[in-house]
Structure formats: structure tokens, C-alpha cells
Design a protein around this ligand. Structure first.
Ligand code: HEM
Ligand code: HEM
Length: 142
């Protein structure tokens, strides 16, 4: 399925950008750096690529066997850890992660001090990264 393939490859871009944004924000916060246009562009790029991943993810999800299994045989899906991860845990956790990224992005725009902006990115994009790392179906990937 083309949607699944795109989702699978796009994930590398999202994961790389998100990781880089978080590390960059933590360094900026600790070293009290100035929040420049480079940071703005990085945060925005991470936001946009994750929104695109959301769109692709939703597109594939409703065509996928995981969604069909959930609808027709929910009880069995809940008992099977592998199926539950793909049908429920991954989609819910990733949507939550993208919500965190989006809130972090909106919050940072209203802030003025570099320190606050770095802190907001560290917390919100950081939580998103943790959610992504814990709910990627690693054994299916690569
Ligand atoms: C299911 C699909 C999507 C949903 C539910 C969604 C949701 C949102 C929400 C709620 C915001 C508001 C952020 C704010 O308060 O400022 C936002 C902003 C944004 N989204 Fe999405 N989005 C989706 C798809 C996309 C796609 C496909 C793209 C790019 C191709 C994209 C690019 C952006 C950009 C550029 C912003 C604004 C950033 C800014 O305010 O500076 N989104 N999105
Ligand atoms: C930050 C956002 C996301 C990332 C980084 C991500 C990453 C991934 C990765 C790495 C896989 C494994 C791909 C493979 O098997 O080769 C996957 C699978 C999957 N993702 Fe996502 N995903 C995200 C968001 C979403 C969303 C929002 C949905 C649906 C609402 C979704 C639905 C799925 C489904 C259904 C699969 C299973 C594919 C299959 O084996 O049939 N993902 N995702």
C-alpha cells in the first residue's frame, strides 16, 4: 500500500527533525543562547512535517486492516498486544504527540524571551518525542 510506504519513510524525517529540535532546544536553554531565525525555522519544519505525517497516518489508518479488525473484532484486538499497538496505542499516542508539538509551537510564538521559547520547545516537543519513541512499532519498522 502506497500510503503505508509513505508513512513508513516519512517517519524517518519526522523522528530526525523532532530529535534535533529537542536537543537544540535543551542546549539553547542550558547555554542561555539566543533564539534565532534558525530555531524558528527548525520548529516550524518539525511542526509541518509532523502535520503531514498526521494526515498520511489518518489516511492509511482508515484503509488499514487494523481499523477493520478493531471495528469487527474489538475484543480480540484488545487482547493481542501487537494488534492493539497498531490499531489503538500508536495512533492515539501519535495524535497526542502532534497535539503537544502544535501547542508548543503556538505557545512559543507568544513568548518574547529566548529562554522561555527554548523552555517551551524543550518541554512540549520533548514530551512529543517521548510519546513517539515509546509507541513506534519498532519491530515492524526498518
Ligand atoms: C489532519 C490534518 C491536520 C490537522 C488536524 C492540523 C491541525 C493544525 C492546528 C490545530 C494548527 C493550529 C496551530 C496554532 O494554533 O497556531 C495547525 C497549524 C499549522 N499547520 Fe496543520 N494540521 C493538519 C495538516 C497540516 C498539513 C498537511 C500541513 C502542511 C502541509 C500543515 C501545516 C501547518 C502550518 C504551517 C501551521 C501554522 C503554523 C503557524 O501558525 O505558524 N498542517 N495545524
Ligand atoms: C509523529 C507521528 C508518527 C510517526 C513518527 C509514525 C511512525 C510510524 C512508524 C515508524 C510505523 C511503522 C511503519 C512500518 O511498519 O514500516 C508506523 C505505522 C503505522 N502508523 Fe504511524 N506514525 C505517526 C503517526 C500516525 C498517526 C497519526 C496514525 C493514525 C491515526 C498512524 C497510523 C499508523 C498505522 C495504522 C501503522 C501501521 C502500519 C501497518 O503495519 O499496517 N501513525 N507509524
Amino acid at each position: 500500500m502506497i500510503m503505508k510506504t509513505i508513512h513508513s519513510y516519512w517517519a524517518y524525517i519526522v523522528l530526525a527533525l523532532l530529535t534535533f529540535t529537542v536537543i537544540n532546544a535543551v542546549i539553547g536553554m542550558v547555554k542561555k543562547k539566543e533564539f534565532t531565525h534558525k530555531e524558528f525555522r527548525l520548529g516550524l519544519l518539525t511542526l509541518i512535517t509532523s502535520h503531514i505525517q498526521l494526515l498520511i497516518g489518518l489516511g492509511w489508518y482508515f484503509m488499514s486492516p487494523w481499523y477493520k479488525a478493531l471495528k469487527s473484532n474489538g475484543g480480540e484486538v484488545m487482547k493481542d498486544a501487537g494488534a492493539r499497538l497498531l490499531a489503538l496505542e500508536h495512533p492515539i499516542a501519535m495524535i497526542a504527540a502532534i497535539v503537544f508539538i502544535t501547542i508548543g509551537w503556538s505557545k512559543h510564538k507568544k513568548q518574547v524571551k529566548s529562554e522561555s521559547k527554548f523552555k517551551t520547545f524543550s518541554i512540549f516537543y520533548g514530551i512529543a518525542l517521548l510519546l513517539v519513541l515509546t509507541r513506534i512499532p519498532w519491530s515492524n519498522w526498518f
